[in-house]
Design a protein around this ligand. Structure first.
Ligand SMILES: *[C@@H]1O[C@H](CO)[C@@H](O)[C@H](O)[C@H]1NC(C)=O
Ligand SMILES: *[C@@H]1O[C@H](CO)[C@@H](O)[C@H](O)[C@H]1NC(C)=O
Ligand SMILES: *[C@@H]1O[C@H](CO)[C@@H](O)[C@H](O)[C@H]1NC(C)=O
Ligand SMILES: *[C@@H]1O[C@H](CO)[C@@H](O)[C@H](O)[C@H]1NC(C)=O
Ligand SMILES: *[C@@H]1O[C@H](CO)[C@@H](O)[C@H](O)[C@H]1NC(C)=O
Ligand SMILES: *[C@@H]1O[C@H](CO)[C@@H](O)[C@H](O)[C@H]1NC(C)=O
Ligand SMILES: *[C@@H]1O[C@H](CO)[C@@H](O)[C@H](O)[C@H]1NC(C)=O
Ligand SMILES: *[C@@H]1O[C@H](CO)[C@@H](O)[C@H](O)[C@H]1NC(C)=O
Length: 463
């Protein structure tokens, strides 16, 4: 071994030691908003099989913590949003929460991060906004009093805490949050040597402006696209770094240049609605594999504003979750199907070379869809629920369901699924432009395939 190699080795060893517990390791967000997911013990096996080193849950579910007993996974748990207002005013409540949710597992589960609320500043609930930092102080006091020294307190925030994120050096927190919430929050994080937990989704930024942002730049697979920030001269090679540095500069702007980032969520949907762009298995696998490669590199890569900095991270999510509301992409962020099968091969250790993966299915929706879309009954819809959703849809608008009434063109065959598909499509065709969605609690999905039959023509929207 040459002297230089030896020196380099020592140097990278030093680097990895100095970053201490905050190693470049990746984990998963274990969301549970599905009615068909694997039970906790099986889920924990699956998390380990994906080579995750960390896991985050969105509560303190004792069944999951029980299943995590004795594993090496570094665990993040969460105080639910709706408790913050009361906890912020009452130390006894904070103590009780920590005593009943954390204490029973502290000696057998590696609970390392206690997150207070989830994307609190994304909601419009002023009371909860103002409770955030006081609740964090109270939870920390409880954790300290019980002597749980390894637990850091934080709170995941989304990119919407910024009012400007471009160019990255122009990163600025929303003015209405800065003095009132962000400064006290950053002071807390700085003093306690905690992290700024950030949920960061290049997918949504790209999808909102696919003309100006190149897809490869958002997927971290561009080899020939760079952006140089005129404010700093720093050169970016992907959108993810740009978004992270916008937060770094926003913190710097208010006097906290050194708070570390922790990626509390990132990912790319493997599917979505017909009227959404770029949500497919190819892009999802590409983004997640590229992120894993970047964030497991040794020594750490960091970002242009913070080269060489370790970035602990959690990929969203373990499963596709069928009970998440919102657009179809929300229900398609998983690495796994609800039955536990991989959607595509992936290895969170970063040790599988990309060349070892089989080719992925070609993306078909990287351009905006043009054509007709219908809103039809989802495959596994519950028939009881379907009857009430049909009733609801038919009660909206003008003559929404006339053709499926006796004597109407779509009445026969008298099938619940066909009639509900008519009702959903007819409802959506009238209300999409004023914010109506094709969702119906998961009973409905968009399709580009015309469900019309016989002389029954089902209404559609046209993009
Ligand atoms: C908060 O406290 C009030 C007053 O004690 C109580 O009525 C309410 O149920 C509490 N809220 C929650 C979410 O526990
Ligand atoms: C704080 O919470 C505890 C436990 O629920 C309750 O007994 C007590 O009355 C609360 N204190 C105040 C001031 O609301
Ligand atoms: C920088 O951010 C401010 C808002 O904080 C915005 O008004 C301005 O347009 C941004 N500058 C650029 C070059 O985008
Ligand atoms: C942040 O923490 C560091 C180290 O503890 C300290 O030196 C610095 O003054 C703090 N910054 C602010 C703005 O409080
Ligand atoms: C970058 O390379 C890709 C593939 O080689 C090519 O399709 C694309 O046009 C190039 N983009 C730029 C900005 O040169
Ligand atoms: C799991 O679900 C997926 C998607 O529905 C399906 O393609 C796959 O065959 C299922 N795997 C098993 C083992 O049932
Ligand atoms: C359908 O939903 C109803 C309540 O909405 C529930 O009681 C019933 O068990 C569900 N049926 C199935 C097969 O899941
Ligand atoms: C239904 O008809 C009424 C009266 O003609 C009209 O005011 C209303 O806007 C219509 N609603 C929809 C959803 O088209």
């Amino acid at each position: 071994m040459g002297l230089l190699t030896l020196l380099l080795l020592c140097f990278s060893l030093l680097l990895s030691l100095s970053s201490g517990e905050v190693s470049q390791t990746l984990g998963l967000c274990y969301g549970q908003l599905g009615n068909n997911l694997q039970p906790p013990p099986k889920s924990v096996q699956l998390i380990k099989a994906l080579n995750a080193k960390r896991v985050k849950i969105y509560d303190a579910n004792p069944k999951i913590l029980e299943a995590l007993k004795g594993t090496n996974l570094q665990v993040s748990i969460m105080v639910p949003n709706q408790l913050l207002a009361n906890i912020s005013k009452n130390q006894t409540l904070a103590d009780e929460w920590v005593r009943s949710n954390v204490a029973p597992f502290i000696s057998t589960v590696k609970i390392r991060y206690l997150l207070v609320g989830n994307e609190i500043l994304t909601s419009s609930d002023e009371v909860t906004h103002n409770s955030l930092v006081p609740a964090m102080h109270r939870i920390r006091a409880s954790v300290k009093a019980l002597g749980f020294k390894k637990i850091k307190i934080g709170t995941p925030l989304a990119m919407d805490v910024l009012e400007s994120s471009f160019p990255p050096s122009n990163g600025t927190f929303r003015a209405d949050f800065t003095g009132r919430i962000m400064k006290p929050l950053l002071q807390f994080l700085n003093r306690t040597k905690s992290f700024f937990f950030l949920d960061v989704y290049p997918f949504f930024s790209w999808a909102s402006d696919p003309v100006n942002i190149k897809l490869e730049y958002a997927l971290l697979s561009a080899t020939n696209i760079t952006y140089t920030d005129p404010g700093t001269g720093l050169t970016y090679t992907n959108l993810f770094d740009q978004m992270l540095d916008a937060v770094v500069f926003a913190m710097k702007r208010v006097g906290f240049p050194d708070i570390r980032l922790f990626i509390a969520e990132t990912g790319w949907p493997n599917g979505g609605d017909v009227d959404q762009i770029g949500a497919n298995i190819f892009n999802s696998a590409t983004f997640n594999r590229n992120i894993i490669k970047k964030l497991t590199a040794k020594p750490a890569v960091g970002t242009p504003a913070r080269p060489g900095t370790a970035l602990p991270a959690l990929i969203f999510a373990l499963y596709n979750e069928n009970q998440k509301t919102g657009q179809g992409t929300e229900r398609h962020f998983g690495l796994l199907y609800p039955n536990g099968s991989n959607i595509y091969p992936i290895d969170l250790s970063g040790k599988t070379p990309p060349s070892e993966y089989e080719p992925l299915p070609k993306p078909t929706n990287n351009e905006p869809y043009k054509g007709k879309i219908w809103c039809v009954v989802a495959e596994d819809a519950n028939r009881t629920d379907l009857v009430s959703a049909l009733g609801y849809a038919c009660g909206q608008g003008n003559g929404t369901c006339d053709p499926i009434r006796p004597g109407g063109k779509c009445y026969r065959p008298n099938s619940l699924v066909r009639q509900a598909s008519y009702a959903f499509s007819s409802y959506w065709a009238q209300f999409r432009k004023v914010g109506g969605t094709c969702y119906f609690n998961g009973l409905a999905v968009q399709t580009a395939k015309d469900p019309s039959y016989g002389s029954c023509k089902i209404p559609s929207i046209t993009l």
